[in-house]
Design a binder for this molecule. Sequence first.
Ligand code: UGA
Length: 439
Amino acid sequence: HKGGHVKITIVGTGYVGLVTGTCFAETGNDVICVDIDANKVAMLSRGEIPIYEPGLGEMVERNTQLGRLRFTTDLATACNDADLLYLAVGTPSADDGTADLSNLWAVVEQAAPHIGPKAIVVIKSTVPVGTNAGAASRFKELTGREVDVASNPEFLKEGAAIDDCMKPDRVVVGCRRAEVGEKLRELYAPFLRTEKPFLVMSPESAEMTKYVANAMLATKISFINEMANLCELMAADIDDVRRGIGHDARIGFSFLFPGVGYGGSCFPKDVRALRSMATALGVDPRMLTAVEEVNDNQKCIVTQKLKKHFKDDLAGKTIAVWGLAFKPRTDDIREAPALTLIDQMLAAGARLQVHDPEAAANVKAIYGDKLSYGENPYDALPGADALAVMTEWKEYVHVDLARVAHLMNTPVVFDGRNVYSRARMHEAGFTYYGIGRSP
Ligand code: UGA
């Protein structure tokens, strides 16, 4: 490490580690990011980023050139004189739904012999409640002294990661000693100029905060999806209902858009992990179980509608799919509802013509030539018997509907994200199915 304000080592250059490290460098700290993947490290050192995240590439390049941001595979050296050792490795779902902490524990073992006497370890990865305490005791066993371990969960969203990181709604820190909280408060001061709160609590509460936040958001989505499905059966329109409830400030408008279910690297994994924690404590997590069940069903909703429309006969039908990423402005397809649709359509014998502005390559890596890939949205349409919109990318909203209808075999649209108005679609001659809207 050289120069800089605080010397920070970040282990794990996934979404969270890379964005956090880059933002800390941006505010003048001296940051080293460590990853075991040598290709990734080489790429990042050249200023190329392995993910699609608006604005991140320029920021990595600038800070790398300024010498405030470096990348390495050498964990031991990178730990040497770090003031803060951030752990941001992945904590994926294990087969039983619990969080798989093997990456985290491996880093603890490898880092322990190399951290300085005053270094503070900060766990940014989403970890089960009690992990910070467990890490603190493991560091004590390995080093023979007390090591401060603080929890600092991350709340950033893919696609808006830099803004979320630089202008957070709040920063949560869980630690045992007030001094640790103060050090992290200084680190975050440049991000909290807008008077947003810096909240200090116990590591257990901080760990739990992250799960409760994601579980609450997932609950909102499953709730509105269940209501949307009911609206359809009752000839009500979920968009009107949404407007009808949102003006009550206790309810609000945000995160209540019905759709094809939540996906991504966080909600599904975190809901499952929190369920496992409850079960391990002998508690039946009824709300969380329902949230997950409703979501699993919602990911099949377009398939169900397609089957109904085509009277269960999808063999040989051509289905166009617009949107493969789990949400717009990302190339991430982890647990994406579009993949559920693709699997079910392939199983039913349909042919698929797909498009996504950013995620097509990731899908191709899994499905190869089982699907055909359009260069642009219109490319996916020739001969299609139906079009399913699975991600609300802007490019799908402002399309030439007359051209869409002309290219398709039959103009039938399954709008999984309610991006089109029903009136506009009917005018353009489409048979239109939305979510929570009477046909
Ligand atoms: C989510 C949280 O929003 C972040 O606060 C959190 O930090 C992050 O997980 C994490 O734990 O790291 P992210 O997974 O990037 O962020 O994506 P979101 O924008 O939250 O979307 C999640 C899913 O919910 C998407 O599939 C989206 O389509 C769906 N969604 C969202 C809806 O179906 N309806 C809505 O109204 C909102």
